[in-house]
Design a protein. Structure first.
Length: 155
């Protein structure tokens, strides 16, 4: 038997079907993730204070988790702001209370895509005043598309 022949899939073996590229995360899922992140960060801060530091792998895992959680919660906040903000729209006080503190921090990020997301959220909330024409056009187009997409979804 040749090696090539042995690597041919059997007709009885089903081709692998990969899962969806996107999944719905409920607000409860996000809340649970944020609670777990807070508990883990608090526990690691205590451990760090007691031991004068963390092992590098644990410190790196904490940073990775915080970046991931920030990205996921940022996506949620983006949709929230697209539905409740935008050009010339004052944020409802509840939305301002819920996410305002997140928009107060600098939009700095080493990742250009993440930095753009943070700027977009500030633009949606009316907190990004120094915007060049290209960015204004890009953000407005994105927001308008979200309004069309949202009109077909249930609220």
């Amino acid at each position: 038997m040749r090696i090539e022949d042995s690597q041919q899939p059997s007709s009885a073996v089903k081709t692998l079907a990969l899962g969806p590229r996107e999944m719905v995360m409920t607000d409860r899922d996000l809340t649970d993730l944020l609670k777990l992140q807070r508990v883990l960060n608090d526990s690691l801060a205590e451990q760090e204070a007691l031991n004068g530091g963390l092992i590098p792998k644990l410190a790196a895992a904490r940073e990775d988790l915080n970046r991931f959680t920030s990205r996921v919660s940022g996506a949620y906040v983006t949709v929230l702001l697209e539905r409740n903000g935008g050009p010339g729209v004052a944020l409802h006080p509840i939305v301002e209370f819920a996410v305002g503190h997140l928009l107060d921090s600098p939009p700095d990020s080493d990742d250009p895509h993440e930095r753009e997301q943070r700027l977009y959220r500030r633009w949606l909330a009316g907190r990004l005043l120094d915007v060049d024409d290209e960015m204004e056009t890009s953000f407005r187009k994105r927001w308008e598309e979200s309004q069309r997409d949202d009109s077909t979804a249930t609220r």
